[in-house]
Design a protein around this ligand. Structure first.
Ligand SMILES: NC(=O)c1ccc[n+]([C@@H]2O[C@H](COP(=O)([O-])OP(=O)(O)OC[C@H]3O[C@@H](n4cnc5c(N)ncnc54)[C@H](OP(=O)(O)O)[C@@H]3O)[C@@H](O)[C@H]2O)c1
Length: 278
């Protein structure tokens, strides 16, 4: 398969490029093509002539998006639309990444693909707009919502906890947000596999199981052999510019859906990756 991976310098994108070793891959990031430029994107995609595209490019700073929603919208929505249209023009299907932040976090059972999105903040609104632009641009799309992503090569919660633990013996971490931590090393091969199918529509893909951020911090410290304690706190006590959904567990109602391994296995995979790259 001739595969174009966009956002290839990002945390997920570079892992997708690695997972696609058996394919003819073109890795693109801002330096190769600014996806907010519709004409440049059309010309670039025409030249690469991919059979499939995995779009990992995004504006991912959730807090900054509250102040710069227009910028986030251009990348998360308009650029996604540009890329999907450019792909459609050369007959390429698109696998486009989205997020649990399209939901408002009010549930108590795993969110499934047909649940109604209702984002709490700017980042979620722009990602939902991106889903819609991609879906309008081409019927040959797979929109993959993932959550609580961590992996080598990008800022993520696990790395932040390890950094904080280096000079403290306790860190306050919220117990009132629940989700499914997802390792890029588990998600990336699933995206490549999906790119090679003709399955269309929305897909949920999170690490199997669920936990709170506090649980994830504790498990990180324990597996990394770090003498640090995750003390409980609440979202109300730990305010940030963008609201976070309380309930972000992703499930699937699709057959076949995407089923990733349990999140503790993903955490171990990431810790092993960190050791290797140290
Ligand atoms: N991280 C999470 O926890 C999480 C959770 C759920 C869903 N997701 C979704 O998963 C996907 C991948 O996330 P990630 O964390 O791997 O993102 P990331 O590390 O921030 O990577 C995104 C990449 O896109 C590039 N990019 C930004 N604007 C661009 C443009 N106009 N044209 C071309 N490339 C551009 C960025 O370049 P610069 O760095 O130079 O700007 C960066 O290399 C995104 O769709 C995100 O919304 C992430």
């Amino acid at each position: 398969m001739r595969l174009l991976v966009t956002g290839a310098a990002g945390m997920l994108g570079h892992k997708v490029v690695a997972a696609a070793f058996a394919h003819e891959v073109t890795a693109a990031d801002l330096a190769q093509c600014d996806l907010t430029d519709a004409e440049a994107t059309a010309a670039y995609v025409e030249q690469v002539a991919p059979e499939a595209i995995v779009n990992c490019a995004a504006y991912t700073n959730v807090d900054a998006a509250e102040e710069h929603e227009d910028v986030a919208l251009r990348v998360n929505a308009d650029a996604a639309g540009n890329l999907a249209r450019a792909g459609a023009a050369v007959g390429a299907r698109i696998v486009h990444l989205s997020t649990d932040y399209v939901f408002d976090g009010s549930g108590s059972r795993p969110w499934v693909e047909s649940d109604r999105p209702s984002p709490l903040g700017a980042y979620g609104r722009t990602k939902l707009a991106g889903e819609r632009q991609v879906a309008v641009a081409t019927p040959n799309h797979a929109i993959v919502r993932t959550a609580w992503l961590f992996g080598v090569g990008g800022p993520n919660f696990v790395d932040t906890m390890l950094r904080l633990a280096a000079d403290r013996d306790e860190v306050a971490v919220v117990t009132d947000q629940t989700g499914c931590p997802t390792w890029t090393g588990h998600l990336a091969p699933a995206l490549v596999a999906l790119a090679g199918t003709d399955q269309v529509g929305v897909f949920h893909a999170g690490g199997d199981g669920q936990c709170t951020w506090n649980d994830l911090a504790s498990e990180t410290f324990s597996r990394a052999g770090v003498a640090c304690h995750a003390t409980p706190t609440t979202s109300a006590a730990f305010r940030r510019p963008a609201p976070r959904p309380a309930w972000s567990v992703l499930g699937t109602e699709r057959e076949p859906g995407i089923h990733l391994p349990p999140w503790p296995e993903g955490l171990q995979g990431h810790l092993d990756d960190l050791k290797e790259s140290a």
